[in-house]
Each structure stands twice: as structure tokens, then as C-alpha cells.
Write a protein that binds this ligand. Sequence first.
Ligand SMILES: [Zn+2]
Length: 180
Amino acid sequence: MASAFAHALAAMTVGKALNLKERPSGFWSMGIICAILPDIDVLAFAVGIPYGHVLGHRGFTHSIVFAALVALLLCRLFFRRIAPGSPQWFGQVFYLFICTASHGLLDAMTNGGLGIAFFSPFDNARYFLPWQPIQVSPIGVAAFFSEWGLQVISSEFIWVGLPCLALLILFKLFGAVIPK
Ligand SMILES: [Zn+2]
């Protein structure tokens, strides 16, 4: 994983990139939850599911299919007032999808662990991006408060924090990527 902070920042940047007409209450928190949610699969370790298994860490919950299912489900549960199939609904589903999918993408840029099962459940092969500058984050809070954690924070500051900040400033100055 990249750390939860990096995933949350990516979600906020996605939210700003999409100039959606309306941002319903819970918009930002839902995006952040989506961006962090794929790491729920670390629970697999506790029940003895191996890392490389389809349900193991960086398996199905890091896939494109999972991102689509989560986006549809959360939109149904939490943005009920938006009519399914309406342009606003497509905007919200797209936002939650990109937030969730951004998780696997950032993880695929880390320099440790197994790769990401982007195409699970159809193909459980694990992939990294060709460019992996982000220091992989330890699993568990205790390990994060160590020298490793410091390396993660400084690497994420450079490779996630600064690009997101630059994008947020650009959106502020010139508007979002997808205009109203
Ligand atoms: Zn992850």
C-alpha cells in the first residue's frame, strides 16, 4: 500500500478535477473512504488467506471490477436522491469509481510487496507500473511509526503530495479538467 494519507489526498484531487454540478453531502468523505477501502483486504492475513490469493492483499479489492461495484453500491446507498441514469448519477459513480481505482494505481507505483490484480476476478496476475518511485508503506500502524514510516512520508510527499498540490492549484486557477 501507499499510506492512507496519500490515498485520501488522491481522492480529494479527483473530486476537484471533476467539476461536478453538485457535490452532495458526504461527497468528500465518500471519496476518501473509496480511496482507502481496497486495503480492507489486509484482514485476509488474519484469517490465513495468502498474499497471492485472489482475495489476498492487493487482490480483488484492488481491481477495476471492485472499483466499479463499490461505486455503484455506494452511490445507491448514500446518494439515493440522485436519479439512477441521470447525468448527475453518472458523475457521482464516475467519481467514486476513480477514487477507488486510484488506490490500485498508486499501489502499483510502490516499490514493494506483490503487484496489483487489476483484472481480477478474470485474471489474478499481479501488475506494477513500469515506474515505481513510491516507498511502499508498512502494513499496520505500529510499523508506520518507525524510520520506514518517515521514508514513506517523505517519498509520498514528493511523488503524491507535490503533484496533487500542483494540480489543486491549477484547478483553482484555471478550473477543473472536466468543465460544467
Ligand atoms: Zn492497497
